[in-house]
Design a protein around this ligand. Sequence first.
Ligand SMILES: *Cc1c(COP(=O)(O)O)cnc(C)c1O
Length: 380
Amino acid sequence: MEWQVPLSDLSYGEEEYRAALDVLESGWLTMGAVTERFERAFAECLGGRHAIAVSNATAALHVANLVLGVGPGDEVIVPSLSFVATANAVKYANATPVFADIRGEEDLCISPEAIRAKITPRTKAIVVMHYGGYMCDMPAILAIAKEHDLTVIEDAAHAPGAELNGKKAGTWGEIGCFSFFSNKNLVTGEGGMIVTDRDDLAEQIRLLRSHGMTSLTWDRHRGRAHSYDVVALGYNYRIDELRSALGLVQLEKLADNNRRRRTISEHYRSELAKLGFLSLPHSSHPGLSAAHLFPVLLDAGAERQGFIKSMHARGIQTSVHYPPIHQFSLYRQDEGSPYLPMTEQIALREVTLPLYPTMNDAQVELVIKSVDRELARVTT
Ligand SMILES: *Cc1c(COP(=O)(O)O)cnc(C)c1O
């Protein structure tokens, strides 16, 4: 299908092509100097101490759980209204994900009160996810974590560049995890980043990223090391120079791209508010959003599938973020059926509209006009 307006699209140009060619011409493809530059630039952009590039955000979340000591018998509180990797990473560490509800129609992020209600003596950590690039209530969540001596992991896959109280997403908790998958705000195809201020965690993360080995091929190539020991059971979660080169260019575009995403979101918001049939979450978000997604909530009685189909017929791609994790077969089988009323009702009403920085004004208007016409047909 040739979409008139796809759900998301790349913001790629000559700079990315040039950066990739430079790496090919350099003759060094695996993790090396370009990756080190990408890590330094990312850390600097966030105002964080360490940034460690990895193969994807799922690997980042896995390693984050491991280095924070999450293991068998532990519980980790997670949102259910997220991508499945948020919870899978807890299971990789042989711990139990415990799902907490979101705040409500206005805020699709995990609720601090719901987190508090799920804490038990087995709770080890909290994973938050900044839904759509809108940050969770981090001051409240960190206060609860402190009170109960818990660590906090931020799944910041939607939120590179997002801020709350002037502090960037990914730098509030012990560890922040980012994704550079094709439909995210900063794209390298596959890729991810782990951010932390703690030197001890950074050292362990670097080890686990590459087989628990004490030196990299890159170090040996540069004559910095001649041999290595293996001191932990690590993985191959490395990124490579091609992706890091793309990441460096994309990082330079991030602020402008996020600004364009916010401008489109604000226009959507003001125009769609006039229709009266839609609820528009995050309308009074206090921070600076990365505007990764534009979610709308249909009325409870509206026929969502019909709406999605008629938008499709007009060439407009939409999506649903997300089918709740706790309702997947694997999770029902392993974790039973917790009742999360807000997550469950909002997941039935949510539709994500197209949003990407290269979206032109005509495409934005087409989406708004189509929502207006099609909504009138499916709303009872
Ligand atoms: C995309 C995404 C991930 C996984 O990212 P990958 O880089 O594809 O592994 C995790 N959590 C959330 C919320 C995401 O949107």
